[in-house]
Write a protein that binds this ligand. Sequence first.
Ligand code: MN
Length: 183
Amino acid sequence: MKKPLKAYSEKRNLRISKEPPAKVRKKTKGELIFVVQKHAASRLHYDFRLEMEGVLKSWAVPKGPSLNPADKRLAIQVEDHPYDYKDFEGIIPEGYGAGAVIIWDQGTYEFEPSKNALHLVLHGKKLKGAFSLIHTGENQWLLIKKEDKYATTEEVTEKDRSVVSKRKLETLVEEFKRQQRKK
Ligand code: MN
């Protein structure tokens, strides 16, 4: 069996980056967590992460999540991340994923798997209610809001502050640029 988080540690230099070490969380009871990180890498995207089996299953969502059931948001599955990544907010200095990260949303979730899909109920600060994550092939998925009382045509990504520090991503991007200039 492939070592968990092998791809995670191979992609990045964890001596330089302050991203969390590649550690699998021991089994615990209690609620599963999810986190969405807004990430100004070479291309801006949102990282959607679900706790499963001691790691965070991860998808990069270029346009970010939507609360509008008419939107089908492309979600590219990427390497599993360690559980502790849920608390990461800051600067990835260089190499893979270099750029700024804020914790855009966080909370707990429930899920039910079905053929080629995960049916999710999210209890976040911004994302709430039922969603489907539909597997459409290879590493490609679609993240779609289901009709419920939380569905809205309002653009949820306009809420652009960290749910932890209340900072905007742009503030950290400036910090990243200052660090780059010093080199
Ligand atoms: Mn990312």
